[in-house]
Design a protein around this ligand. Structure first.
Ligand code: SF4
Length: 155
């Protein structure tokens, strides 16, 4: 079961989009130097289609994308919710996933997303906006994952 601790409307996580970022708990990745250690605990409210529906009713007209921040403990549910967002909004809202895993889970279909961030946070390499970062940011174009990480390095 997915749980989330907060949500926010953000501008930098997905370049060119206004995103409703949902911060999901129970992160299994245990990155050294984790920026949000509380996200490693199984805390917060249940995140399901009913909650997503409520959030879209409240904020859907103010955003262009729903971004799932975390959820590596249950990738299948993230994929299902992303699929639900696309179906429920008739594709009006894009979907994104910030995963701390190195690879996209083979059991999931990345075509349910418009954007995918992969990779754990490693302090010496820096965050996504640092050119030395180990993390990758992809846009799904014509059913392919295209590496567009450099978008974070432009002012
Ligand atoms: S993926 Fe993010 S929340 Fe999870 S341990 Fe790593 S830095 Fe922390």
């Amino acid at each position: 079961m997915l749980r989330f601790i907060s949500y926010d409307i953000v501008f930098q996580e997905i370049p060119g989009e206004v995103s409703l970022a949902i911060n999901i708990s129970n992160c299994p990745n245990i990155c050294v130097g984790c920026h949000s250690p509380h996200l490693q605990d199984d805390i917060g409210e249940v995140l399901n289609e009913h909650v997503i529906t409520e959030l879209i009713h409240r904020y859907g007209s103010a955003v262009t994308c729903v971004c799932f921040m975390g959820g590596d403990g249950n990738p299948g549910e993230i994929e299902q919710l992303a699929h639900f967002v696309k179906h429920f909004t008739n594709g009006q809202l894009k979907t994104a996933w910030y995963s701390g895993k190195i690879c996209f889970p083979p059991e999931c279909n990345y075509n349910n997303f418009d954007y995918i961030k992969l990779g754990p946070y490693i302090k010496e390499y820096g965050a996504l906006n640092i050119p030395t970062t180990n993390q990758k940011f992809y846009q799904i174009v014509d059913e392919c994952m295209v590496d567009v990480t450099e978008r974070f390095w432009k002012n």
